[in-house]
Design a protein around this ligand. Sequence first.
Ligand code: AP5
Length: 216
Amino acid sequence: MNVVVMGPPGAGKGTQAKLLAERHGLVHLSPGDLLREAVKEGTPLGLEAKAYMDRGSLVPDGLVIELMRARIRESGGARGLLFDGFPRTLAQADALDAMLSESGFALDMVVNVVLPEEEAIRRLTGRRVCRVCGANYHLEYRPPNAPGRCDLCGGELYQRSDDSEETARARFEVYRRQTEPLIAYYAARGLLRDVDGSGGVDEVAERLSRTLGLAG
Ligand code: AP5
């Protein structure tokens, strides 16, 4: 099963995609995570992407498509692919169809996680991430046991540079302009399912699993 998880910034796509991938043996493909890794490693892609990411803009389609093409090829034979935050433009959506079909796959479903803007901004501005293992926390909703330290590995927690309120709102604006049109595009193809992203992590995970027809 090949699935796209879409939704506004902070809707909970990453949290849910990781859970679904672990529970159901799917490969989680997130351009956001891959780009942050490239920035951290200082690769040519990372150096080019950083300025776009810091101001909340989308990284150019060509770069993201090539990044995802390589990952899709590497995942050949997997039980299923779970795309988190890809595609985000119509050009990326066309490229995804072409890349999947090159590998003999097709898209089965697009899940749109729906969350009001003010709640999404609260989730983004309160997010903290472990510098060592990448685990995700929230100051209010999922606080670590010791302030500023990861429960899993003891690593330092930091705030993503694009999670300030100003940049989070800019990302929302970019989402409305460039990504929201994909909702109508996938609905017209009969692939879209809306899932309410409000409530606790387990509650949302349960809704998503049911929508995808996966037990638990
Ligand atoms: P990316 O990392 O994909 O950012 P995003 O889409 O803005 O999504 P986020 O990771 O911010 O939010 P999320 O929905 O995954 O929420 P999460 O689960 O973390 O992209 C970053 C940048 O990379 C982009 O701005 C762009 O520059 C570039 N990029 C990425 N993809 C691209 C593409 N395809 N094309 C071009 N450029 C691209 O949750 C957020 C917080 O809420 C966490 O603290 C979490 O613990 C908490 N939380 C989650 N669920 C719940 C819940 N149910 N209840 C309470 N708290 C919750």
